[in-house]
Design a protein around this ligand. Structure first.
Ligand SMILES: C[S@@+](CC[C@H](N)C(=O)[O-])C[C@H]1O[C@@H](n2cnc3c(N)ncnc32)[C@H](O)[C@@H]1O
Length: 261
């Protein structure tokens, strides 16, 4: 069973995933748009979350194509994309995957959470058709940090310390984004390219709200571990509305490469 920390049963999770899409879909679609994906093509979206990328892939491949969208919990995918693509309740660690089957495979902010990510990467490469493309996106935590002089910067840093400790205990790899291009080459992909993008948590922006909810989900455990008190958590969340609160999110690294053939 996967130790994933952000289960879909949290009442705010759908909103958190919507915000994630608002922040990152623009860049992701630009990268996907560069890959050759013919009408009638076959695609796999791993850990599809709330489903925006799966829907976009459906538009690209048209009615003769095939899009498979997987997740540990498929309720959001079913509701939004169930009529247009094949939604599969599937743990990418333990459940079987077709080989030589897909023209494009994409997964965003999933493998970094999975301790068995090397194995998963090998299976994703094997699931590509010869000539098919894999696009993976994961964070590099060159430390989400407060801007110089940011109000509450020290509090945010302590919340991040607690967050990092919690993630590490769940097998999360915080520098996976940076390791990805080397790992994808070692897994046999060629023409590997990479690009990172950094968003700033400007008060009131989707990026700031995505990060606020991400911290809100894990803060009870951070308090339990003694990094913050309940009162400090309240203070931290008030800061997100403060004009002087500005911070940098981790870098989202996108890496794409082709299976030879
Ligand atoms: C941070 S969310 C990202 C959602 C989506 N990829 C996006 O970027 O909008 C991670 C997603 O991966 C799913 N997930 C986590 N571990 C998984 C696993 N072992 N197999 C399949 N999906 C998994 C989660 O349920 C969640 O929907």
């Amino acid at each position: 069973m996967s130790p994933y920390l952000f289960g879909h049963d949290w009442e705010q999770e759908r909103r958190r995933l919507d915000l994630l899409e608002q922040v990152y879909d623009g860049g992701t679609l630009a990268f996907l748009g560069r890959l050759p994906l013919p009408l009638g093509g076959h695609c796999l979206e791993v850990g599809g979350g709330a489903g925006s990328i799966a829907l976009w892939l459906c538009d690209q491949v048209g009615p003769d194509g095939r899009v498979v969208a997987t997740d540990l919990d498929t309720e959001f995918l079913e509701r939004r994309a169930g009529k247009r693509c094949e939604v599969r309740r599937h743990d990418i660690v333990t459940d079987g995957l077709e080989e030589d089957a897909y023209d494009v495979i994409h997964s965003r902010l999933v493998l970094e959470h999975i301790p068995q990510r090397d194995d998963v990467l090998r299976r994703l490469v094997a699931a590509l058709r010869p000539g098919g493309w894999l696009l993976l996106e994961d964070y590099d935590w060159a430390r989400p940090s407060a801007a110089p002089g940011c109000v509450g910067g020290e509090l945010l840093e302590r919340a991040h310390d607690g967050f990092a400790e919690l993630l590490a205990a769940a097998g999360y790899r915080p520098d996976y984004g940076l390791a990805l291009s080397g790992d994808m080459r070692s897994a046999g992909l060629v023409d590997v390219q990479a690009e990172g993008r950094v968003h700033l948590g400007v008060p009131g922006s989707p990026a700031s709200e995505w990060w606020r909810l991400t911290l809100a989900k894990i803060c009870p455990a951070v308090v339990e571990r003694g990094h913050l008190t309940e009162a400090e958590v309240e203070e931290l969340f008030d800061l997100f509305d403060h004009d002087g609160f500005l911070f940098r999110l981790p870098t989202l690294v996108a890496v794409w490469g082709r299976r030879p053939g």
